[in-house]
Design a protein around this ligand. Structure first.
Ligand code: F6P
Length: 343
């Protein structure tokens, strides 16, 4: 009987549990034994596992987060950790591994495939939706809908108080949440990491809107957006094990600058991890389910080093290389379309 490990790495997101459930349900149908590796790559370093049978995944479909836990552990940071990953893979008796994650987790999966653990398949996860070779990652739709609802709520209070409200949403390198939640929520200005912020343009847009009688505005900004002078606002300088800094604070800096330049009272609301928590949308449950089933099919067909992906309406498989080689950022034509509704 084949033994299959499953892990979830990087930032959590709604839809992880539907994927785990699908991997287990389809895996059991194929006659496989499934084990959960706890807390991402950390569980492989530390040999920390849990059994994954049908009872373990019963009732988890609507739940946010991940029953396996997660971490941002990068086993390629320390030689010793990498050695343990390889040893534990053998010790656990794994025939294959399903790695569910974003660019960091799948980047590690690819490196492992090339350096002694070939039997890995990937499933694309991230609220940022910035993985290549898949039209959508699961988790994005839920985060987007949460952000849209928050923008709707901010609208009513901004309108009552005649204020500008800056909504800071997640999005480290790509502004997918900002642009889609901004369009869906009717934001008056949308600022994304792909385009440096020009304060003259932002204020002119707000002034134009106010000159036609409006007394409030909503500005959506992605946490990874930067001012034109190239400064990114950080919460702290410390790097995580994948070399990422902790972002956050652009909303506050932007609000202060808008108030200073326009004279309009400006407040900020940082949505933060609220976007990552809670129950997945139907779209993310279905997408996660389809991707999980596909992961087991890849294993069954010995298609390792590949990732399940959504292209158009079809679930396909792509080389892991293609998924992690470059980030999928917001298309400039799409941004131009969004600008029709600015101001
Ligand atoms: O990668 C997903 C993400 O939510 C980013 O949008 C954000 O920058 C980051 O994770 C936050 O990570 P953490 O939860 O570790 O603070």
């Amino acid at each position: 009987m084949k033994k299959i490990g499953v892990l979830t790495g990087g930032g959590d997101c709604p839809g992880l549990n539907p994927v785990i459930r699908a991997v287990v349900r389809k895996g059991l149908l194929e006659g496989y034994q499934l084990i959960g590796i706890k807390n991402g790559w950390k569980g492989l370093v530390e040999n920390d596992t849990m059994p994954l049978d049908i009872d373990a995944v019963s009732g988890i479909l609507p739940k946010g987060g991940t029953i396996l836990g997660t971490s941002r552990t990068n086993p390629f940071k320390k030689e010793e950790d990498l050695k343990m990953v390889k040893e534990n893979f053998k010790k656990m008796g794994l025939d294959a591994l399903v790695a569910i994650g974003g660019e960091d987790t799948l980047g590690v999966a690819l490196k492992l495939v090339k350096s002694g653990i070939p039997n890995i398949v990937g499933v694309p996860k991230t609220i940022d939706n910035d993985l290549s070779a898949t039209d959508y990652t699961f988790g994005f739709d839920t985060a987007l809908n949460v952000a849209m609802e928050c923008i709707d709520r901010l609208h009513t209070t901004a309108e009552s108080h005649h204020r500008i409200i800056v909504a800071e949403v997640m999005g480290r390198h790509a502004g997918w949440i900002a642009i889609e939640a901004g369009i869906a929520g009717g934001a008056d200005v949308i600022l994304i990491p792909e385009i440096p912020i020009n304060m003259d343009d932002v204020c002119a847009t707000i002034q134009k809107r106010h000159s036609r009688g409006k007394t409030f505005s909503i500005v959506v900004v992605a946490e990874g957006a930067q001012f034109e002078k190239g400064t990114m606002v950080l919460q702290e300088q410390k790097l995580d094990s994948f070399g990422h800094v902790r972002l956050g604070g652009i909303g506050e800096a932007l609000a202060q600058e808008i108030e200073k330049r326009t004279g309009y009272e400006t407040r900020v609301s940082v949505l933060g991890h609220i976007q990552r928590g809670g129950s997945p949308t139907a779209f993310d449950r279905v997408l996660g389910t389809r991707l999980g089933v596909k992961a087991i099919e890849l294993i069954k067909n010995n298609k390792f080093g590949r990732m399940a992906a959504l292209q158009g309406v079809k679930i396909v498989d792509v080389p892991l290389e293609e998924a992690v080689k470059a980030l999928k950022t917001v298309d400039m034509d799409f941004y131009e379309m969004a600008k029709v509704f600015f101001g």
